[in-house]
Design a protein around this ligand. Sequence first.
Ligand code: ZN
Length: 452
Amino acid sequence: MRKLLKNIDLLATFGSAGEIRDGAILIEDNVITHVGRTQELEDFEADEVIDLSGRVALPGFVNTHHHFYQTLFRNVKEVQSVKLFDWLVHLYNRWKHIDEAAVASSTKVAIYEMMKTGVTTTTDMFYLFPHGKDELFDVEIEAAVETGVRFHPTRGSMSLSKKNGGLPPDEVVEPDERILRESERVVKRYHDPKKYSMLRIALAPCSPFSVTPQLMRDTLELANQYDVLLHTHLAETRDEEKFCLEKFGKSPVDYMEELGWLNPSVWFAHLVWLNEEDIRKLAKNDVGMAHCPVSNMRLGSGIAPVYEMKKRIRIGLAVDGSASNDTNNMLAEIRTAMLLQRVKYGADAMTPREALEMATLGGAKVLRMDDYIGKIEEGYAADVVAFKLDTLEMAGCLDDPLAAIVMCDAKSADFVMINGVVKIENGEFVDVDLRELISKQNDISKSILQKL
Ligand SMILES: [Zn+2]
């Protein structure tokens, strides 16, 4: 099936064609076959022609860190204004009540809200298996596949409970042996390494303060065996740095180096508290980064030194879990990433184009999918989003329509195509009714928060 997207006021490819006025994209099934001006492509026969006049189009956004289940725990009153460790200790006791219905609902809510803000590929770190409910990871995958998003989840884990010097309570940690067995099972069952893959798996011990050093080493070995990526939280807060120094006698980055976790298969979430030597080590070992500015601001964690790292390591953007954001709004994340760097480093610290590139190609590089997503280019997957230019917030901003998405706060995507399939057209989801999902999500959230 051949589709033609045409009359795009401005097409920003983030690829070799640069930015094209009156652009068009020709798509065969799920793959882009031609990119050019409308007049060059409109003579091709197409089964479906979509007119995107009055819009700016670009590659779909890639979200590089998340915890979908937390959409059930947004804005919990008791922890609206506390720092990470206190926030975690309070929420672990709510999180332990999640079940299949909670995971299915929260997964869809997170993905649809992201999609509305232009996300076409996302990861998720799912690390919560209360009382051995390992099948919750399978439930998440099933729900995500139904939404049509390109998905790269990570099988997370927690093995170091409070009684052994960690932070989480006993009910939500698993024995190392079971974590490894389950990690292997889900990689074998779901991981599709092929180009244009819609589903890949990575492995993700949760953080230095919730897993044992041995599990970090064993997970690394397993990931190498199956050639999958590795992910964890790192250097998020001052408290974490203190924990690592006290428990391991090393800073978070040095601790990862000791475990063999500074390598090109790894991407870390946060990386806020780093010194120049840490940055040098991360760069030398080609480690990736998921930058989560809203979460870092919300928890008062700090400002990641992205300005000092942006030309040296692969950086993607991420909304992080919705209990510390509390939205799944990628557009807000992009704008905040740009503004937050300016607070620390000055007005030229990050341009709107740099922020958009981090959200597209940058994220694709972090997830090692940049051979088929992150650009609008021949041979790339047809993941395309477009924003309307005749809205109230865009009025008066047309001097630079691409930057307007960031500078003038575009509220939501008008058009979203994932792997050649249209998910949002004229601002509306084409194949899902969200009302039932929203009401179910609120019922589940309410019932869990009432349990103690
Ligand atoms: Zn996180």
